[in-house]
Design a protein around this ligand. Structure first.
Ligand code: NAD
Length: 471
């Protein structure tokens, strides 16, 4: 199935159609599941640092209203297009369906380059973008809830919540209007690393199967696997860090301005430190520098983790990829032609709509925390501690064994917020992978991506069928 090179929307739609063959829904319903329901294109004035006025173009796409609110990140990039945000919003709908987060998909994009703009300009553009969304009722805890994406983070989410709160003073749950906020502004522990953590958990789960690994010529497990990561941003950094903690060897990293490699493995945190000091990963201690990022993807490794942007593995380079597993941490890093080539070459692709769903999963927990006005552990932690203390004391009494004070405290301690978030994220990703895997194997589908799309399409279509179509 050929699509126009570089068109993510055409690629997502092509993948949808590959999966639609496995569903038994009427064509009209499939079209409703597939089409982006609302797109708002806006342009607005933003004052530059020298007092002049610049016009900024931006979008918000709300792909599906089968669940509300809609949910999806905001991307700051000069290359953002309407088609791109529609494609990313579609992926959000399917992703939420796979991890059973009760949202429709959405995505926002603002055509600015955060690397080139001043903090003041970025703040004014962000606040004005929120005002434009608010004007159209396209932001709010019950309607549409943004989050971080490429080029945005906690800082932008803080500006968003502050602007929304100022514009909606009588809202009961204003903090639930956006997720990925700093902890001090009602964010949740573990959100920053959630997508990368989900990627690491998903790769661990996918590579645990001896049968699937034998099919690609690898031994099961993460331990000792050679990994290459493209993009050391919010997703790539935490994925690389956690894969390394799990025993993988990070043999190369690509960034927009070049790459680094080391056969003995890269200390990812030291590289991040070097980047903070010098502005680049190039020249990081203990690594050799590679002039351009592209060739890094084609180096020898077991697992390739593209975690930067879409359309990185295409007809141009898919034949030269040496990895046996490609783990799509970014959205759409493999286009549909590249995907077909990897499939023919027997490479296992772990698809984006499953693999990077850890971010929206923890965003869901943050949104719940905000509408409930309480952290998840607050009502239960002390109770669990008291209950476990009773059990441990009873066991000590019955057996005569005694724990040291330190072991006792460790055994009975109630959970903190981060403990609950990490446990629930792990559970969600593992459960989602098993559902996708079971769909793949039980219906003899060609690959995991078709299985993931099929699962998502069925869940969204079923919810339309149960609700009925209004009027
Ligand atoms: P980010 O802006 O934090 O990081 C992206 C990194 O990629 C940056 O360090 C950038 O310099 C680098 N990069 C850009 N072009 C590159 C190139 N050609 N080669 C190598 N590196 C390059 O963004 P992020 O939030 O980590 O998002 C990365 C991807 O993950 C995007 O596709 C995004 O849509 C997806 N994603 C993000 C989240 C999230 O929670 N942030 C959730 C799901 C999916």
């Amino acid at each position: 199935m050929k699509t126009e090179a570089g068109n993510l929307l055409a690629d997502v739609d092509a993948q949808f159609e590959r999966a639609a063959v496995y569903s038994h829904h009427p064509r009209g319903l499939l079209d409703q599941v597939k089409m982006c329901n609302v797109v708002h294109r806006m342009s607005f004035p933003v004052r530059d640092d020298d007092g002049s006025i610049r016009t900024v173009e931006a979008y918000r796409a709300e792909h599906s209203f089968h669940r509300l609110p809609t949910k999806g990140g905001i991307r700051f990039s000069p290359d953002v297009t309407e088609d791109e945000v529609c494609a990313l919003a579609s992926l959000m709908t399917y992703k939420c369906a796979i991890v059973e987060a009760p949202f429709g998909g959405a995505k926002g994009g603002v055509c600015i380059d955060p690397r080139k703009e001043s903090e003041g300009f970025l703040e004014r553009a962000t606040r004005r973008y929120v005002a434009e969304l608010n004007r159209k009722n396209m932001i709010g805890p019950a309607v549409d809830v943004p989050a971080p994406d490429y080029g945005t983070g906690e800082r932008e989410m803080a500006w968003i919540v502050d602007t929304y709160t100022a514009l909606n003073p009588s809202q009961l749950n204003p903090f639930a209007c956006v997720t990925g906020k700093p902890i001090s502004l009602h964010g949740i522990s573990g959100r920053t690393e959630a997508t990368g953590r989900g990627v690491a958990i998903g790769i661990a789960e996918a590579t645990a199967s001896a049968e699937d690994m034998e099919a690609v010529g690898l031994t099961p497990g993460i331990e000792g696997k050679r990994v290459i990561v493209q993009g050391l941003g919010k997703v790539g950094f935490h994925a690389a860090r956690l894969l390394r903690e799990a025993g993988a060897r990070i043999v190369a990293i690509a960034e927009y301005d070049g790459g680094i490699a080391s056969d003995v493995g890269i200390d990812v945190e030291a590289v991040q430190q070097h980047r903070a000091e010098t502005g680049s990963i190039r020249g990081a201690p203990g690594t050799r520098t590679i002039e351009r990022p592209g060739p890094v993807l084609e180096m020898e490794c077991d697992i390739l983790v593209p975690a930067a942007l879409e359309n990185q593995i295409t007809a141009d380079n898919a034949n030269r990829i040496k990895a046996r597993v490609v783990a799509e941490a970014a959205n759409g890093p493999v286009d549909s032609v590249g995907d077909a080539i990897l499939r023919e070459r027997g490479i296992l692709v772990i698809p984006d709509l499953f693999l990077n769903a850890g971010g929206v999963t923890v965003s869901y927990f943050e949104w719940l925390k905000n509408i409930q006005h309480v952290s998840p552990e607050r009502l239960t932690s002390r109770y669990q501690e008291v209950a476990t203390t009773r059990v441990v004391k009873a066991l000590e009494g019955a057996t005569g064994a005694h724990l040291s004070d330190q072991d006792f405290m460790k055994a009975v301690k109630g959970p903190d917020e981060i403990d609950l978030v990490e446990a629930a994220l792990t559970d969600t990703i593992i459960h989602a992978y098993r559902s996708v895997h079971e769909t793949w194997k039980s219906r003899s589908m060609p690959d995991l991506r078709v299985a993931a799309y099929t699962l998502a399409i069925n869940r969204v279509a079923q919810s339309y069928a149960v609700q009925g179509i209004f009027p």
